[in-house]
Unconditional design. Structure first.
Length: 313
């Protein structure tokens, strides 16, 4: 079973609860913390859990424990950005290899703590275990939002699709050294009504169809508008694939894909953000995904992106 199929099965078979308005299918879950006897009036806590594995998300033969810790926390915090959520605290569980040294564990902790500290998000607990396998790091985050959290399911026909930053070629180092777009997401959300949003962790080729499916819409993507990172061009020169294919399928960019009314685009582009915002296409009523070049010629949407059971598909 492919990852998308398994996630769809989970969503279809999970029990529904009145105090869980945001369940499986978004970047975080939303749980109402009741303050009244009838369950009303409570604050909404946003929850996320993620994991990072040695030889999958990092490689301790080439990367430091500190880098592994930073990435493990940032992966989880990137999902907070995807819902314009302010992270408040994190829990970390680690399964340590049996030969792990005290120095290695302390360096790992320092990396985790430094990543959370950037967003005033402390480590408040966790768990440790030892086993005869490679390092596994599990991070859970709790956050909140002053406005209703942005979900994947709100895109409507006519929306502009906007991408932060540039994509492709993250394996050359950015997959370890990215900064979650929390500040950018919150600033955009304050300036305009974001209809739908998610982070790009598995590649635009995988993630955009997920957002469209959640919203029940389609899209036209302008291939020449996709902001391609220089690293994608570097890989293209080395392996013969086009830079566009790398930009769409490499994954681990941890940028944000969002939709909003086209009339709001000038407002968010006028914000003083440390990252560029690029309109890459338009949401449509037809439930199909079209990639077209500068001449209007349609191209097949590429297969690819990250699939957990086989790596890059």
């Amino acid at each position: 079973m492919r990852e998308n199929d398994l996630l769809a099965w989970f969503a279809a078979n999970a029990r529904r609860h009145s105090h869980v308005p945001v369940g499986i299918g978004d970047d975080m879950a939303g749980v109402v913390l009741s303050s009244n006897a009838d369950g009303s009036g409570g604050a909404l806590a946003l929850l996320k859990i993620d994991q990072a594995l040695d030889r999958v998300h990092f490689d301790l033969q080439r990367h430091t424990p500190r880098q592994a810790g930073v990435k493990a926390v940032n992966r989880c915090l990137s999902d907070c950005a995807a819902m314009a959520c302010r992270p408040r605290a994190i829990l970390i569980a680690v399964a340590l290899p049996r030969d792990a040294s005290a120095e290695m564990v302390k360096e790992l902790f320092a990396g985790c703590e430094s990543a959370g500290e950037k967003f005033d998000c402390p480590i408040v607990g966790g768990d440790t275990a030892v086993w005869d396998q490679r390092l596994a790091i599990t991070v859970a985050a709790m956050g909140d939002s002053s406005a209703p959290p942005v979900r994947r399911s709100g895109a409507v026909a006519g929306d502009a699709m906007v991408l932060t930053g540039r994509v492709g070629g993250s394996i050359l180092g950015r997959h370890l050294a990215f900064t979650p777009r929390i500040a950018e997401a919150c600033a955009i959300h304050r300036a305009a009504a974001i209809h739908a949003m998610m982070d790009i962790s598995d590649g635009l080729a995988q993630d955009l169809p997920r957002l469209l499916a959640a919203s029940g819409v389609g899209a036209v993507v302008e291939a020449n508008r996709i902001p391609i990172h220089p690293d994608a061009h570097t890989l293209a020169r080395a392996d013969g694939q086009t830079a566009l294919v790398h930009a769409l399928t490499d994954g681990e960019d941890y940028e944000l894909l969002l939709t909003l009314a086209s009339t709001d685009v000038p407002r968010i582009q006028a914000l003083s953000l440390p990252v560029e915002l690029t309109v890459i296409g338009t949401i449509t009523t037809q439930r199909e995904l079209i990639l077209q070049d500068e001449h209007g010629t349609q191209q097949p949407w590429p297969r690819g992106g990250w699939e957990y059971e086989s790596g890059k598909s």
